[in-house]
Ligand binder design. Structure first.
Ligand code: ME8
Length: 529
């Protein structure tokens, strides 16, 4: 049987900014899903990249005093570095200045045009360069965009997309696909926005040059009052096309396109849900292309209660967190702290608290205590549980750690499908707490004095719990989980979610390497423990 495929994307990030914790958050969330799907036997394609055209980037390059191409080459590299820094397992990295993307975005335009959905007109209204978005007078708040960004008056010839004609089709699509926009609060927001009526969308600009030329654009016949300059594609149409261009569109016979379109999930922040849940499906319908299965909009991080901004000087750089707290600790914190979909507040104090309580004191402590007892008392080999009948405590504990074939795989899959990372991690922490309680109740150091077989059985059950926890944390903490699985001498082909059952339990007598600590306790400098 062909493995099921899974295509996941991050937004492509603007290169006018340095990567920060917000970008790292989206990419890590996607990475967790991609890794989970791979470990569950799916054929996965995971795309990220950079959005390099538009007026905002052109302005940033001018401010830096360099040519846009030179500017985007250097800044795009920071986002590529972010993928390495955060251990993101993307399969491709697309840049909108690449030839493959430009040709593809132009092909998408042509298809929409051939189908009669693009016409030439004139745009008169406000434009926010920071949001790269158009606003009507009525939408402004105190003379600014609703996001607080400055707006400028624009009056220029423009191509338009007939978005107003897609209102009913979009509403019917949302109705037929209730999970298309997630979580539900975002869905309600978008449904009421679309019900409020859609205006045709300006999809080209003539007043700057840094972008993809509109294909086949000709100066209009004299006297029409329309374009005489060459048009550049609106940066959002250009950017959204990346999800297709990376698969080889317009070659619908390209292997990646055949295997992976439509996308399973476009992960975005709530700031750009409208572009993904309204414009993008309308563009795709206009080009006769299948629509993605889901757009998930996660929440927004603030820093110590404040909006993150360069002017406040409170931008949190992922590299600093990784250097101070560790990579897997940072990945864990990002997804553990806030229910995915909600807004979150980053605080250093919380980060230290979460790392110490979940990782050092709970999972790390369990691994450390168990492995050092095994090293000391079982000749560094997996002990056996032979000749010891399981009591109630053992039964309850083993029930909690094993994924039974009857129902749990579907339950776990559904939790990932709905991006309930916070709950998945809370469940893992609960199992580790139970394991630490189990050690205390069984007191293997006392059992040793009564009957060594009892101690060996307890340690065996504990090793089993560590094996299951390590398999479960793989999507979140790939390095640490593999360190733990190596310490249990688990072969590479026994580390999938399928192996979370007793059928794949550790084999007594297996040699174990000397134990090493995995999650050190984080101590604030200058503070005694
Ligand atoms: O919008 N909290 O790029 P962008 C949470 N190029 N997530 C955050 C965040 C924060 N404080 N700040 C940023 C663009 N993000 C377009 C996208 S896609 C076809 C084009 C994350 O560099 C979040 O995912 O402004 C948000 O949607 C994205 O970065 C915006 O990145």
């Amino acid at each position: 049987m062909q493995p099921k495929s899974f295509y996941i994307t991050t937004p492509i990030y603007y290169v006018n900014d340095r990567p920060h914790i917000g970008h790292a958050y989206t990419s890590v969330a996607c990475d967790v899903l991609a890794r989970f799907k791979r470990l569950s036997g799916y054929k996965v394609r995971f795309l990220t990249g950079t959005d390099e055209h538009g007026q905002k980037v052109e302005k940033s390059a001018a401010t830096a005093g360099i040519e846009p191409k030179q500017f985007v080459d250097s800044v795009s590299q920071h986002f590529r570095d972010l993928t390495a820094l955060m251990n993101i397992s993307n399969d491709d990295f697309i840049r909108t200045t690449e030839g493959r993307h430009i040709a593809s975005a132009q092909a998408l335009w042509k298809k929409m045009q051939e189908n009669g959905h693009i016409y030439l007109g004139k745009y008169t209204g406000w434009y926010s360069v920071r949001d790269e978005a158009y606003f009507q007078e009525s939408e402004l708040v105190g003379g600014k965009a609703p996001t607080g960004a400055d707006v400028e008056w624009v009056e220029e010839p423009s191509y338009f997309f007939d978005l107003s004609k897609w209102q009913d089709k979009l509403l019917a699509f949302y109705e037929a696909n209730p999970d298309f926009i997630s979580p539900p609060t975002r869905r309600n927001e978008i449904v009421s926005f679309v019900k409020g009526g859609l205006r045709d969308l300006s999809i080209s600009r003539t007043t700057f040059r840094w972008g993809i030329p509109v294909p086949g654009d000709q100066p209009s016949p004299s006297g029409s009052g329309a374009a005489s300059e060459k048009h550049i594609m609106y940066v959002w149409l250009d950017a959204l096309a990346n999800y297709l261009s990376a698969l080889g569109y317009p070659d619908t016979q390209a292997q990646h396109y055949k295997d992976f379109w439509p996308a399973d999930i476009h992960m975005v922040g709530k700031d750009i849900i409208r572009f993904h849940a309204v414009y993008w499906p309308a563009f795709l319908m206009a080009a006769d292309l299948p629509l993605p299965r889901q757009v998930f909009a996660h929440g927004w991080w603030t820093i110590e209660g404040e909006k993150m901004s360069k002017s406040l000087g409170n931008v949190v750089a992922p590299a600093e967190l990784v250097a101070e707290f560790g990579l897997d600790q940072t990945r864990w914190f990002l997804l553990r702290e806030v229910p995915f979909g909600n807004d979150g507040n980053f605080s250093r104090e919380r980060m230290v608290g979460v790392i110490n309580s979940d990782l050092a004191n709970n999972i790390g402590n369990l691994v450390q205590r168990t492995l050092s007892m095994v090293a000391k008392n079982c000749e560094g080999k997996v002990p056996d549980a032979d000749g010891v009948a399981r009591d109630e405590l053992d039964m309850a504990f083993l029930n909690a750690i094993y994924v039974t074939e009857a129902d749990t795989p579907q339950k776990v899959d559904a939790m990932y499908q709905q991006c309930r990372f916070h709950e998945i991690l809370a469940d893992i922490v609960a199992i580790a707490s139970e394991a630490n309680n189990y050690i205390d109740s069984k007191a293997p150091w006392k059992q040793k004095k009564i009957d060594e077989r009892l101690m060996r059985a307890t340690l065996y059950h504990l090793l089993e719990s560590i094996r299951c926890i390590a398999i479960m944390i793989q999507p979140f903490m790939p390095d640490s989980s593999s360190k733990i699985l190596n310490q249990l001498s688990i072969p590479m082909d026994k580390r999938n979610f399928d192996h979370l059952s007793e059928k794949h339990a550790l084999v007594a007598g297996t040699e174990l390497p000397p134990p090493e600590p995995v999650f050190p306790r984080f101590l604030e400098k200058g503070k005694a423990e």
